[in-house]
Design a protein around this ligand. Structure first.
Ligand SMILES: NC(=O)c1ccc[n+]([C@@H]2O[C@H](COP(=O)([O-])OP(=O)(O)OC[C@H]3O[C@@H](n4cnc5c(N)ncnc54)[C@H](OP(=O)(O)O)[C@@H]3O)[C@@H](O)[C@H]2O)c1
Length: 367
């Protein structure tokens, strides 16, 4: 399986990239095919179809690379997209003028998180060359392990660093609370907090508490053993909260923050794409702006910051993550590995919930 990606420095991200520029080159006309799992309509797991001979991706913009995918990992967004979530935004990005939206929409290949080898580079790509293992893969990791890191790593980085303002220099001794600590993003966030010297409180189910301790969490709270709010209220106040759970949590979680000290609550569970799917692009964005604006203001008046965070592609951040992995401060946390023929099983596993780290697919079988 090959994937086309924008060449983000240090990256290898699956992102159709920017505007066409000078140096556009087309790929060779005579190209073979590749096996791929695709969907031809949105729905439940039965929409996944194995296509033996999909066209190979061609480089369309000079900053793109083609990657031979060795391993890929699944994220909750892949499940949601299988069911049509985010289709409005995706179609707008794919076909802004809506010229051919139906023709372009399917077959759709799901997935975004890969580790592999660069096969071909666009003319403006200088950071990568054919044969490089991306996302400049930490040398100590297999492709299977490396594929588990980019999406959750960059999402946690975006929430804690870009939005939350924490970094290696100012994080020492700060009190971090991670809600939903046992999943893909949570297991990375706990380790990042510890790598930067914070005191980390992890909230998870009891069967994940040993894993949390192994990852370095200082306090572990079982959200199923009694009222979570009451359990957390008796602890000292926090400087930062990362919410990977959403829902009713945000009604009380901000009361756990230190007041008037720059303390911040960041949630990853936002209605951004749902609003666009439900209301269309313009009204959806308007609704989103009103919601985030009013919540931010309400909490600012009470002395705390309320923020939303999103996955953010960044080559330099991937390089920093690779350094933390190479120095042993962050390790991949893999729940289960599936072969390429077992992709539907992997989706079902993710759909069952209760992730303990990541679900990974070995595309090139080297279990
Ligand atoms: N905004 C963005 O760009 C962005 C990017 C990535 C992820 N996300 C969102 O962030 C969330 C987390 O993503 P993920 O990849 O980490 O998901 P995940 O791997 O599926 O993990 C979710 C974890 O939360 C635990 N959990 C469920 N209910 C909980 C609760 N009430 N309290 C504490 N833990 C609970 C689950 O285990 P148990 O049920 O066994 O406790 C599981 O370990 C998802 O909603 C995802 O869609 C958003």
């Amino acid at each position: 399986m090959l994937a086309r990606g924008a060449a983000v420095r240090g990256g290898g991200l699956l992102r159709r990239a920017g505007a066409p520029g000078r140096g556009l080159r087309t790929s060779p006309a005579a190209r073979g095919g590749m096996p791929s799992w695709v969907i031809d309509r949105y729905g439940r797991n039965e929409v996944l179809r194995f296509a033996r001979n999909m066209a190979l991706p061609a480089i369309r913009f000079p900053n793109e690379v083609v990657i031979k995918v060795h391993a890929a990992s699944l994220n909750p967004i892949d499940l949601s997209m299988r069911s049509g979530y985010g289709a409005t935004a995706l179609n707008m990005k794919r076909d802004p003028l809506k010229l051919n939206s139906e023709e372009n929409e399917f077959p759709l290949t799901l997935g975004r998180d890969v580790s592999g080898v660069v096969m071909e580079c666009g003319l403006s790509v200088s950071y990568f060359k054919p044969g490089d293992e991306v996302s400049f893969k930490p040398k100590c990791l297999s492709h299977t392990e490396a594929a588990s890191l980019p999406y959750v790593g960059l999402t946690a980085w975006s929430a804690i660093n870009k939005v939350g303002g924490l970094n290696q220099k100012n994080c020492g001794g700060k009190r971090l609370l991670i809600l939903g600590a046992s999943g893909g993003v949570g297991t990375f966030a706990v380790q990042l907090g510890k790598a930067w010297g914070a005191h980390v409180t992890a909230v998870c189910s009891s069967d994940a508490s040993t894993l949390m301790k192994e990852l370095g969490a200082d306090d572990v709270i079982d959200y199923k053993s009694g009222n979570l709010e009451e359990q957390l209220k008796i602890l000292p106040l926090f400087d930062f909260i990362l919410d990977n759970v959403g829902g009713a949590t945000e009604k009380w979680a901000l009361d756990l923050l230190k007041k008037w000290s720059g303390a911040t609550y960041v949630t990853l569970v936002t209605p951004f794409l749902i609003n666009m799917d439900r209301l269309g692009v313009a009204d959806g964005m308007l609704q989103t702006g009103v919601t985030i604006g009013s919540k931010t203001l309400k909490h600012l008046c009470k002395g705390v910051h309320y923020r939303w965070a999103f996955f953010m592609p960044s080559g330099p951040c991937l390089d920093e993550i690779a350094e933390l992995v190479n120095s042993g401060k962050i390790q991949p946390v893999i729940d289960q590995v599936f072969s390429f023929s077992e992709v539907p099983k992997a989706f079902l596993k993710l759909e069952g919930g209760h992730a303990r780290g990541k679900t990974v697919i070995n595309v090139i079988n080297k279990k």
